[in-house]
Design a protein around this ligand. Structure first.
Ligand code: G6P
Length: 367
């Protein structure tokens, strides 16, 4: 069994460390210097140009990948994007127009609610593009188009490489669509394509934060509550980071849009409460810094995840983990890495069964 885990104690760690390779397999065949190539997509240029609205539908971490997708697609393609939890979407009589596109995201390709949402979209005559990891799975078979994430088998219940490869495919789609729609300047497009191309390599760099996260996790392993805050793309990552923490370490954790704290959650902050502030969006930094001051004043312990240029956070946080500065659209792919490690090491410290957390299944085929 140790060999199966590639020498690691748990599949989750093996899979965290496999992310550079998984991203490389997913991205590199589809990115060249001339741009993005999505042979897997049969949508015509006309259909992409006329796309009225995108509905991203998924469950769990795949839905969180969708939230990243919403920010990135709206910014680069100027198409309105809605993200839905599959089990909500299907029962709400969703309003879909003929020129809308439905993007279904699923690692396993077998999640019952997600599959049902796909069928609902198809029934209404909307094209479905799926992002799936398992080849030949039900969702892959029933969708009009499939873009596979080439993450390889994922065994740990808590997804890591599944999620980051889904995010990378959403970047591919965003840039591909933006090019067709002419919504990005040549300069911005070229810079983003380069950034996407370099993502696997930079992911390997960022994963070197491993030992540091193990140290930090020791300090916080006994906490019972955590709040993970951020704005914009950082909020999307906060959602996924929070899920990781609660799934495997059983720490009660909430993700909050930093600006919304003052409307309720801040009443829960007391001496020693852990707040993780994700602050990689330079344009929103000042605001997030002031939110951190607010929680600090109420006794919170603050761990910040920031990019090298966001040093203002240093004066207010107890601890800062710095990530390299990247194109602002791509921070989501990096912030989540220290948070995966943080959740992992906290779970290990607490003696949890990291790969098989209680009450959870890898693939949920009941509705
Ligand atoms: C389960 C897993 C999650 C996963 C979700 C959706 O709840 O524990 O990690 O995000 O299902 O799975 P899918 O295979 O559709 O991505």
């Amino acid at each position: 069994a140790a060999a199966e885990k590639g020498g690691y104690d748990y599949f989750m760690m093996k899979e965290i460390m496999e992310q550079p390779e998984a991203l490389k397999k997913t991205i590199q065949p589809r990115v060249t210097e001339s741009g993005i190539h999505l042979e897997d997509v049969s949508l015509t240029e006309e259909e992409i140009k006329n796309c009225g609205r995108i509905h991203i539908v998924a469950c769990g971490s795949a839905m969180h990948a969708g939230v990243v997708g919403r920010y990135v697609i709206e910014e680069t393609c100027r198409i309105p994007v809605e993200v839905d939890i599959a089990s909500e979407f299907r029962y709400r009589n969703p309003i879909l127009a003929k020129n809308d596109l439905c993007i279904i995201i699923s690692q396993s390709g077998e999640t019952a609610d997600t599959l049902a949402a796909l069928r609902e979209a198809k029934k209404q005559g909307v094209k479905v593009l799926a992002i799936v990891n398992v080849v030949g799975s039900s969702i892959a078979r029933e969708s009009d188009d499939v873009i596979y994430t080439w993450a390889g088998p994922e065994i740990a219940v808590a997804t890591t490489k599944g999620y980051t490869t889904q995010v990378s495919v959403l970047y591919l789609i965003a840039l591909y669509f933006a090019r067709v729609r002419g919504t990005m300047t040549e300069e911005a497009y070229t810079a983003a394509v380069k950034e996407l191309h370099d993502l696997p390599e930079k992911t390997a760099e960022v994963l070197k934060v491993d030992a540091r996260m193990a140290e930090i996790a020791k300090k916080y392993a006994n906490c019972e509550n955590a709040f993970i805050i951020g704005r914009g793309l950082d909020y999307a990552v906060a959602m996924e980071s929070s899920l990781k923490l609660k799934e495997i370490s059983y720490i009660h954790s909430e993700a909050y849009a930093a600006g919304e704290l003052k409307h309720g959650t801040i009443s829960l902050i007391e001496d020693g409460t852990l707040v993780v502030a994700i602050a990689t969006q330079e344009s929103l930094l000042e605001k997030t810094v002031s939110n951190v001051k607010e929680v600090k004043a109420r006794g919170a312990k603050v761990l910040a995840i920031a990019t090298e240029d966001c040093t203002a956070i240093e004066d207010v946080a107890d601890e800062v983990v710095y990530l390299p500065k990247v194109n602002h659209l791509f921070t989501a792919s990096y912030d989540v890495l220290p948070m995966q490690l943080f959740a992992y090491y906290i779970a290990v410290e607490r003696g949890c069964d990291v790969d098989k957390p209680r009450n959870l299944a890898k693939s949920v085929t009941v509705e």
